[in-house]
Design a protein around this ligand. Structure first.
Ligand SMILES: Cc1ncc(COP(=O)(O)O)c(C=O)c1O
Length: 358
């Protein structure tokens, strides 16, 4: 179905004020945003408007009780200049899975995709051309009812904002195995991309930073023995000739980059396993000299090499990043699929449709 999205362009673009060589993550936003309201059981007021502040009631339900979900995705340019998305429908599916878990309305996939194409087509000048840079896209939906009381909101706002970004982790990351706090338990909301998961991560993350680490590695909520994930990334271990990643068990976010990496590894014939990963297995592999690489995967970071992993008193130092052959190959593949240098055999690339008439 084609939706009627009205477009209200800015009078003067801010694009000429942006230095693409100096764009810290999440601090610069493009000229426009998509906005829609869920009222009386349907999505309405579909529009693209100048990026700007909203008026929110002090008793907005999302502010108090956390009915808020989001996605994170990227548009990049191929070497020939074509703006593209990578697997956008998967982000639509995950947004809707998060919505269902949080008792929020789903967004029809064709509305999500049409809004995305029209918005990014209008602001395609904001996509930085350099490989590794991108237009980060943040769809977000939150409750809009104005009242107090823990209940499911009847009204919601759905926005898509975008902004240019450079590489997320310019350096390899140091991880600390978290043995006191948990991100998510099976049966909780760990699989939903909902705001509260990130709020819960801040205190442990700060403690890790105080100890000189970049992120915590989350462990299962029952025994603190099985690896879950890291900050905003899923995690992979190269132990001997095997590549192992924790199976998604309901407490781990089903990363779309994780899924792409698994497809690439399997297609290239690597020995890859999704299963429970016990921390003792990682330690043992390190002690035998078989822990070759650890890397995180996520839309923002793409592939982040890990240089150190601390568990209790043991600091495991990984081989130099130049020897992380798997991570280097995977980063090249994903960047190459996006730039057009690697053939898109999986059919993941979707060029931004030129649809906007303003
Ligand atoms: C908690 C968490 N885990 C993993 C990921 C990686 O997911 P994706 O590859 O879809 O970006 C993210 C980022 O969205 C995240 O927030």
């Amino acid at each position: 179905m084609k939706y009627n999205i009205s477009t209200h362009p800015v009078e003067t673009s801010r694009l000429s004020t942006i230095d693409f060589d100096n764009i810290p993550f999440g601090q610069t936003f493009s000229d426009h945003m998509f906005s829609a309201d869920f009222i009386n059981g349907e999505w309405t007021n579909l529009q693209i408007v100048p990026f700007g502040d909203l008026a929110i009631s002090p008793v907005n339900l999302a502010l108090h009780y956390g009915q808020s979900i989001f996605e994170g995705m990227k548009a990049t340019k191929k070497l020939d200049g074509t703006p593209c998305f990578l697997r956008p429908a998967m982000h639509s599916d995950r947004m809707n899975a998060s919505a269902e878990r949080m008792c929020m309305p789903t967004i029809p996939e064709d509305l999500f995709l049409q809004a995305l194409h029209e918005l990014v087509d209008l602001d395609k000048g904001w996509i930085p051309p350099a490989v590794g840079s991108a237009l980060y896209i943040r769809p977000v939906m939150f409750a809009m009812d104005a009242m107090l009381g823990v209940k499911v909101s009847k009204t919601y706002k759905f926005l898509i904002v975008t902004g240019p970004v450079g590489p997320y982790y310019p350096k390899p990351v140091k991880l600390l195995v978290e043995d006191t706090y948990v991100r998510a338990a099976v049966g909780g909301v760990g699989e939903a991309k909902t705001a509260g998961n990130y709020a819960a991560s801040l205190y442990p993350a700060n403690r890790a930073i105080e100890q000189g680490y970049d992120q915590v590695m989350w462990m299962d909520a029952k025994e603190f023995k099985y690896v879950q994930e890291v900050g905003t990334m899923n995690i992979f271990f190269v132990m001997g000739n095997k590549i192992v990643t924790p199976a998604t068990d309901g407490a781990i976010l089903k990363g779309i980059t994780r899924n792409s990496i698994l497809h690439i590894l399997k297609a290239k014939g690597y020995d890859v396993e999704e299963r429970l990963v016990h921390i003792d297995e990682v330690v043992e592999s390190y002690k035998k000299g078989e822990l070759k690489e650890i890397f995180g995967t996520g839309t923002a970071a793409v592939i982040a090499n890990v240089s150190h992993l601390k568990y209790g008193d043991l600091v495991m130092e990984l081989p130099p990043v130049s020897e992380h052959k798997t991570a280097i190959m995977l980063k090249k593949e994903i960047d190459g699929i996006r730039s057009g240098e690697v053939e898109d055999t999986f059919g993941w690339i979707e060029p931004v449709k030129s649809v906007v008439n303003v």
